[in-house]
Design a protein around this ligand. Structure first.
Ligand SMILES: Nc1ncnc2c1ncn2[C@@H]1O[C@H](COP(=O)(O)OP(=O)(O)O)[C@@H](O)[C@H]1O
Ligand SMILES: [Mg+2]
Length: 264
């Protein structure tokens, strides 16, 4: 595996067309990163920001499904035009390839795709690009580390030990790269039954404790809401579909906060 070197040796290119780029990350898959990235992007939009969403998961893109996008992006003067959905500028490898075809790509091809998406897409007048990162610390992370400027990262995790192990690795990676970690989110932290009782499905308190151990901010919990999964599957995430839902309010609170922190 290639070693990630400290950031200062590299000249990093900002993504053109946006003020800030924020990565949504976790070292582990299946913790709800893409769900968070899409809903958070929608929440930022609702709070009045201009937002782009870059699905940087080359092997497992999920934006076409989560936003129900079937079209292919056009290109103009050698640049790809993002697809506009829910008033968000979107780009994903899934727009360019057949959904059924597995991506069997070597590292350099992944690197080249990420460079294309960050340098050869006409992102326009954005306040934020939200980057949905793939799990792990592989070629995509390395490409961002060495070449592309990120203005912050939010780490999403579920509370079980095995996920937290990976979170710690993720924190160390961003620290080493000199990317500011905005904070940690505890996703699917618990389930509240119809009886009003709280069920800690994956354990409890681990993400908050990890944040404290590493001196990072804890951004809060998002419980398990069946509607979050349902509306994602239907291609209209909950923030867009149910403005008054508790989950939507949590995403909105976070978005207002980040907006304030970066734009005010
Ligand atoms: N807060 C939540 N409540 C209920 N289901 C969730 C929640 N967050 C994520 N999910 C579900 O968990 C699964 C994995 O989420 P996904 O966003 O694809 O994870 P990742 O991008 O980290 O691999 C999806 O089926 C999604 O609907
Ligand atoms: Mg994902």
């Amino acid at each position: 595996m290639a070693q990630i070197k400290p950031t200062k040796k590299f000249v990093k290119n900002p993504i053109q067309g946006t003020k800030f780029a924020i990565a949504i990350s976790s070292a582990k898959g299946g913790v709800g990163k893409s769900t968070f990235a899409t809903n958070f992007a929608l929440a930022l939009k609702k709070s009045g920001c201009k937002v782009g969403l870059l699905d940087a998961d080359i092997y497992g893109p999920s934006l076409p499904k989560l936003f129900s996008i079937n079209g292919k992006p056009e290109s103009q003067e050698g640049k790809l035009i993002p697809i506009n959905k829910f008033d968000i500028q979107c780009m994903s490898i899934g727009f360019l390839t057949d959904e059924q075809t597995p991506m069997i790509w070597r590292g350099p091809m992944v690197t080249s795709a990420i460079k294309t998406f960050t340098q050869k897409v006409s992102w326009k007048d954005l306040d934020f690009i939200i980057v949905d990162m793939p799990p792990g610390t592989g070629d995509t992370q390395l490409t961002f580390a060495q070449e592309i400027k990120l203005d912050g990262a939010i780490i999403v995790s579920t509370p079980q030990e095995i996920a937290l192990q990976d979170v710690k690795r993720g924190i160390r990676m961003f620290d080493k790269l000199g990317t500011k970690i905005i904070g940690l989110v505890d996703n699917m932290s618990f389930f509240k039954g119809d009886d009003g009782k709280k069920y800690d499905i994956f354990g409890t308190g681990g993400v908050k404790k990890t944040a404290e151990d590493f001196n990072k901010e804890f951004l809060g919990e998002i419980p398990i809401y069946p509607e979050v999964g349902k509306y994602g599957d239907q291609g209209k995430p909950i923030v867009e579909a149910l403005p008054d839902h508790e989950a939507t309010k949590i995403y909105m609170g976070l978005a207002e906060r980040i907006k304030k922190e970066y734009l005010d």
